[in-house]
Design a protein around this ligand. Structure first.
Ligand SMILES: NC(=[NH2+])NCCC[C@H](N)C(=O)O
Ligand SMILES: [Mn+2]
Ligand SMILES: [Mn+2]
Length: 371
């Protein structure tokens, strides 16, 4: 509250719109408003904000915040692209983009807090900057970072999910604008894979082969009425025609709808109960031939909770960390983008074990992408 009030004083000429924005902010955060102003005031705020929603100062204010957010990502990506082109000889270089979004989770919202914890673990002094196969992470030709999409700040302006998903897609496209940057997205809950894959497919102009590691197929038509649910992202991806092949690996929590939807969309579902049999195939994958490239989406809950307890949906019977690395290291194909999602720092061990797991996934995916 104090922040919004101070803003209305300090930004010249924008006083009115900020006053209204303040009203909307209170509407979007009823608990905050309730604490400081009481329920009667809240009633007035809601009424006022509802009358000012479309075409008015609120919408202009939202546009300004969105433009500023995209500008920061665009300029950071541009600077990194310029650096790499000046250095020369780089075909593909990984750029981290955080998407701290947790509200489309059906259970816990903690994944919104993951990106800074993953970054911290990537650079933790307990390890070093070499990947297993010898790439140097502190070389900008291998890895750079363009920061986060400010999801909470944008939502606090009253922006809805249709628009937020477009902002996420636009942010991913801004990174891909800058050759030779390739986006690696730090989630966030799994709902973010839809806008990210859509952006990658649209930018490259065709469908992709997708390797999706997860305990769940996330392919409900809608989950609890939410078409943007983290349990529905792959339904949106398949409907959109963004995937030629979708391979789901690590599956061990699947309903009849999950199987039916899988059949309907021609998804290749590899279940944990047959992993020992499928292992040979999964450790020798060749993907992306004849399409624009390979996308890898890693839901941290693909791992057995013994390896990665810091997730919202604890599902026993999963992959070991080495199983996942074997699949990734042996995969043949041009990986053009990836995400690591569903790490929930609020369920991690005190020493941040799952943060380290998520970070190592990011490190090894970086090695896979950069060349
Ligand atoms: N992205 C995820 N972690 N999705 C988990 C979805 C869980 C949901 N309860 C289901 O039945 O599938
Ligand atoms: Mn999952
Ligand atoms: Mn998932």
């Amino acid at each position: 509250m104090t922040f919004a009030v101070r803003s209305s004083n300090s930004v010249g000429g924008g006083g009115d719109s900020f006053a209204v924005l303040f009203v909307f902010f209170s509407y979007a955060n009823p608990e905050a408003a309730e604490m400081s102003h009481g329920t009667k005031w809240l009633h007035h705020l809601r009424k006022l904000s509802a009358e000012n929603i479309s075409g008015g100062p609120i919408e202009k204010g939202q546009n300004r915040v969105i433009d500023a957010s995209l500008t920061l990502i665009r300029e950071r990506a541009k600077l990194k692209g310029e650096l790499l082109r000046a250095l020369g000889g780089v075909i593909a270089s990984t750029a981290l983009l955080g998407v701290p979004l947790g509200h489309n989770s059906s259970f816990l919202q903690g994944p919104a807090f993951a990106p800074p914890r993953i970054r911290e673990a990537i650079w933790c002094g307990s390890t070093n900057s070499s990947t297993e196969e010898g790439k140097e992470l502190n070389d900008p030709r291998v890895l750079t970072d363009v920061g986060d999409v400010p999801v909470q700040e944008i939502r606090d302006c009253g922006v809805d999910d249709d628009r937020l998903m477009n902002i996420i897609s636009d942010s991913v496209k801004l990174v891909m604008e800058e050759e030779p940057l390739r986006p690696l997205i730090l989630g966030g809950d799994h709902s973010i894979s839809y806008p990210v894959v859509r952006a990658v497919s649209e930018k490259h102009g065709g469908p992709l082969d997708i390797l999706h590691l997860d305990a769940h197929p996330d392919i409900y038509d809608a989950f609890e009425g939410n078409k943007y649910s983290h349990a529905s992202s792959f339904a949106r991806i398949m409907e959109g025609g963004y995937a030629r092949r979708l391979l789901q690996v690590g599956i061990r929590s699947i309903t009849s709808e999950g199987r039916e939807q899988g059949k309907r969309f021609g998804v290749e579902q590899y279940e944990m109960r047959t992993f020992l049999r499928d292992r040979e195939i999964l450790e020798n994958l060749k993907l992306g031939e004849g399409v624009k490239g390979v996308y890898i989406s890693v839901d941290v809950d693909c791992l057995d909770p013994a390896f990665a307890p810091g997730v919202s949906h604890i599902e026993p019977g999963g992959l070991s960390f080495r199983d996942v690395l074997n699949i990734l290291h042996n995969l043949q194909g041009n990986v053009i983008a990836a995400d690591v999602v569903e790490f929930n720092p609020q369920r991690d061990t005190v020493d941040g074990m799952t943060a380290m797991v998520a970070a190592k996934l990011v490190r090894e995916l970086t090695a896979k992408i950069s060349k």
